[in-house]
Write a protein that binds this ligand. Structure first.
Ligand code: SAH
Length: 221
């Protein structure tokens, strides 16, 4: 098949790609109607550069500058469902705002999203995008999220969108009782997606499968 330049793709091509992607998301086991509705509502093409808009509904991570990527949409949907599990969580922390796409999807589903990003330019751009979308329940932080975001803790859910070497203890500490943390753990490009659940004084850890994220780094830039 001859692939055409993204800028020449028509809106129809984009909506056909979007429908195919929703099928892929359902096939990956995402069935929660609220998650499907959120993914359907948020236009992923608004979270990538103009030159990449034609590829916005491919199930791929795409570059967003600063050596970072917007996460794969099937993984965004899967992680969102695994975090919320059909419940409306009150407060959720996202570590790694990036493009703001996952943030916008979460904001449709939970009370308040607290999202931290270590690259100032990405945080600012995400803030502008979500404001343009009329999203009012998100607090943006320009911070190293390796240690969570203490002032607003505890959280019923914490979602980390970059690969950590190990589960940071601070994140587990910032989980509310019954809270769930989703975090990719392992080397760059191949991590195991861990679900960490806090039940009273015990912590349960489960592997949900392989994922591929950019690394969780310390410090701010
Ligand atoms: N969910 C985002 C994923 C972006 S990639 C999206 O779909 O667009 C992961 C992001 O995590 C990058 O923007 C990177 O800068 C950020 N990141 C990495 N380490 C971090 C840290 N310690 N604190 C906050 N953000 C971090």
């Amino acid at each position: 098949m001859i692939s055409r330049g993204s800028s020449r793709r028509s809106p129809n091509t984009l909506s056909a790609a979007r429908a195919r992607l929703l099928d892929e998301i359902r096939q990956a086991g995402v069935s929660d109607p609220a998650v499907i509705a959120a993914i359907t509502k948020i236009p992923r093409e608004l979270f990538v550069d103009d030159a990449l808009k034609g590829r916005a509904y491919e199930n791929n991570a795409l570059p967003i500058g600063h050596a970072q990527t917007i996460s794969q949409p099937v993984v965004v949907a899967y992680m969102t469902q695994a975090l919320t599990q059909g419940r409306k969580l009150d407060r959720v922390l996202e570590v790694g705002t990036g493009s703001g796409y996952q943030t916008a999807v979460l904001a449709e589903l939970v009370g308040t999203v607290f999202t931290v990003e270590r690259i100032r330019a990405l945080s600012e751009l995400a803030r502008q995008r979500l404001s343009a979308l009329g999203c009012r329940n998100v607090h943006f932080g320009y911070a190293d999220g390796m240690n969570g975001w203490t002032p607003y803790a505890p959280y019923q859910g914490i979602l980390v969108t970059a690969g950590a070497e190990q589960v940071p203890a601070a994140l587990v500490e910032q989980l509310a009782p019954g809270g769930r943390l989703l975090i990719p753990v392992g080397p760059q490009g191949r991590q195991s997606l861990k679900l960490v659940e806090r039940r009273g004084s015990t912590v349960r850890e489960q592997d949900l499968g392989w994922v591929s994220f950019v690394p969780l780094l310390s410090g701010k830039v």
